[in-house]
Design a protein around this ligand. Structure first.
Ligand SMILES: Nc1ncnc2c1ncn2[C@@H]1O[C@H](COP(=O)(O)OP(=O)(O)O)[C@@H](O)[C@H]1O
Ligand SMILES: [Mg+2]
Length: 238
């Protein structure tokens, strides 16, 4: 008997509409894809393609219209408050384009506060060193460069040792060199912790460092490729 390989992320016929009646917009029009544990996947698509919407549905911060999302075999359902809390606490890290740090907390506190409820937290001091933030740990976000702020937000996502890291345009606000630093960091996280990473971006170059490349256009997947030869993040150019 052939046993189907267990997939870590399973998205089935996923649809998302906004609005109702005459004002309805079909943003995601039936997406199907799967990711294995430990994969880096890039979702590429122009602005308005539905990338952030997809990430927000997988992250359990918005409701789907129909279809299903399973993470490690479990359905993501917004009505299941306890299940969702557990999923967010034990599985999920989120990284955004504009960092969303708390301005009145230091680097260290911004990271720690997210580990508050976690069960398998990473060691905060090791994490600060790994992120190159040790000497900045007592600074406030306004005292940091964009790259340092994004490293802090990655630390905040990582403190709970998430199994799934969702990144929405993680380098969208950063210059070229700093973007590459952040991508190298994500690559290292993937290696070190076997974290499954889903990056949505319109920067095609980022896809070359990933195991899987999904093209999203106008709410549909137009291509889903396995990348046979990954490029190291430091060798990416654009
Ligand atoms: N809360 C919302 N209400 C109505 N329309 C929305 C909402 N969020 C996103 N959209 C629409 O969904 C489409 C896809 O948006 P988004 O997922 O942000 O695209 P991307 O991240 O690929 O740029 C856009 O047309 C956008 O205007
Ligand atoms: Mg977006």
């Amino acid at each position: 008997m052939l046993l189907r390989k267990k997939m870590f992320v399973e998205v089935k016929n996923l649809k998302k509409d906004y609005g109702t009646g005459e004002n309805i917009i079909h943003v995601l029009k039936g997406l199907n894809f799967q990711l294995e544990k430990g994969e880096i996947c890039t979702v590429l698509g122009p602005s308005g393609a539905g990338k952030s919407t997809l990430l927000n549905l997988i992250g359990g911060i918005d409701t789907l219209t129909s279809g299903e999302i399973r993470i490690a075999g479990k359905l993501i359902e917004l009505d299941d408050k306890d299940g969702l809390l557990e999923y967010r606490r034990d599985h999920l890290g989120f990284v955004f384009q504009f960092y969303n740090l708390i301005p009145d907390l230091t680097v260290k506190e911004n990271i720690e506060v997210c580990g508050f409820l976690g069960k398998n937290n990473l060691d905060i001091n090791k994490l600060l060193s790994d992120l190159g933030l040790k000497e900045h740990q007592n600074k406030f976000p306004r005292q940091l460069s964009g790259g340092q702020q994004q490293r802090t937000s990655i630390g905040r996502a990582l403190i709970k040792a998430p199994t799934l890291l969702l990144c929405d345009e993680p380098t969208g606000a950063l210059d070229y060199e700093t973007s590459k630093e952040i991508l190298e960091l994500l690559e290292r996280v993937n290696h070190e912790y076997n974290t499954t990473i889903l990056i949505v971006t319109h920067n095609e170059a980022i896809s070359h460092m990933s195991d899987r490349i999904i093209h999203l256009k106008d709410g549909r997947i137009t291509n889903n490729l396995v990348n046979p030869r990954k490029t190291a993040a430091r060798d990416l150019t654009w």
